[in-house]
Design a protein around this ligand. Structure first.
Ligand SMILES: [Zn+2]
Length: 285
């Protein structure tokens, strides 16, 4: 169990403490990043998440799926606040969620842990942007649409085989796209820390606003996983954290619309010039 946080090893967990995670995100304090202060690299771009070879384990704290095979085969992410490319190492579950939005938690949060592609894990743990963790909140719902049911269908094949500590299944193929949110343009992002020892302040957090849905049946299975009643770290004091989100324009105005409006303006200006030329010509007659 992770509940006795006072006994955690690692200096960061005790006194590091400028940008510890998780935090309660107050939406009225989030910076809409019109200036591209933090979100400098365009839209988030996911590559290779559709059929990922993984090993699932119950490590006594959570259920975790780790990417198998060579680093070069792992899915990668780039863009948004990420200056570098990052490779997926593993994903795991927290119940309840670790982050909160305006004081409200979700039933579950999935963390997709990525490491900077140009670094080994040991090196990444020393850089302020060594890791990128994509976070997806889960809501529990009774009646799901076909599309909403996809995440549960993807997971329920495997979770029941991982109920006890040290349970392990290898060689599973997971379509991780189904576990990500449907709206990848709306997210909160900030520089923070790992939420388990040694709490290194090396994480670019990207937290999707739109939760996925999971079935009541799946959530109840998680409730029986033998890692204690819950496995989230307590909310940390907000000090040096600055939370950003893409501004509404980046979200709602696709490039094509902008180009079209430019074309319309050029055509309008052209006709305006022609008309004024013609009317000038008429006057001088
Ligand atoms: Zn986590």
């Amino acid at each position: 169990m992770l509940t006795d946080e006072s006994s955690w090893p690692g200096a960061f967990c005790k006194k590091g403490v400028k940008r510890q995670s998780p935090i309660d995100i107050r939406t009225n304090e989030v910076i809409r990043d019109f200036e591209k202060q933090f979100i400098k690299y365009g839209e988030l771009n996911f590559t290779g998440y559709e059929s990922v070879l993984m090993t699932g384990i119950n490590n006594g704290h959570t259920i975790q799926f780790s990417t198998d095979g060579d680093n070069s085969m792992h899915p990668t992410i780039r863009g948004g606040p990420l200056k570098h490319q990052y490779r997926l190492e593993q994903f795991h579950f927290h119940w309840l969620s670790e982050h909160a939005i305006n004081g409200v938690k979700f039933p579950m949060e999935i963390h997709f842990v990525h490491v900077r592609s140009d670094l080994k894990v040991s090196e990444a743990l020393k850089k302020r942007d060594g890791l990128a963790i994509i976070s997806v909140f889960c809501n529990v719902k009774a009646d799901l649409t076909v599309e909403e049911e996809e995440p549960s269908e993807e997971l329920i094949q495997y979770i029941p085989q991982l109920m006890r500590t040290a349970d392990r299944i290898s060689g599973v193929l997971i379509d991780i796209r189904k576990l990500l949110t449907l709206d990848k343009r709306s997210y909160y992002t900030y520089l923070g820390s790992l939420t388990s020892p040694e709490c290194n302040e090396v994480v670019v957090w990207i937290i999707f606003m739109k939760p996925i849905q999971i079935t009541d049946a799946l959530y109840r299975i998680f409730g029986k996983v033998g890692v204690g009643r819950h496995n989230f770290r307590s909310l940390q004091k907000v000090s040096h954290h600055l939370v950003f989100q893409p501004p509404p324009e980046m979200i709602t105005t696709p490039k094509a619309v902008k180009i079209l409006s430019n074309v319309v303006r050029v055509i309008r200006d052209f006709f305006h010039n022609v008309t004024s030329f013609v009317s000038k010509g008429l006057k001088t007659r």
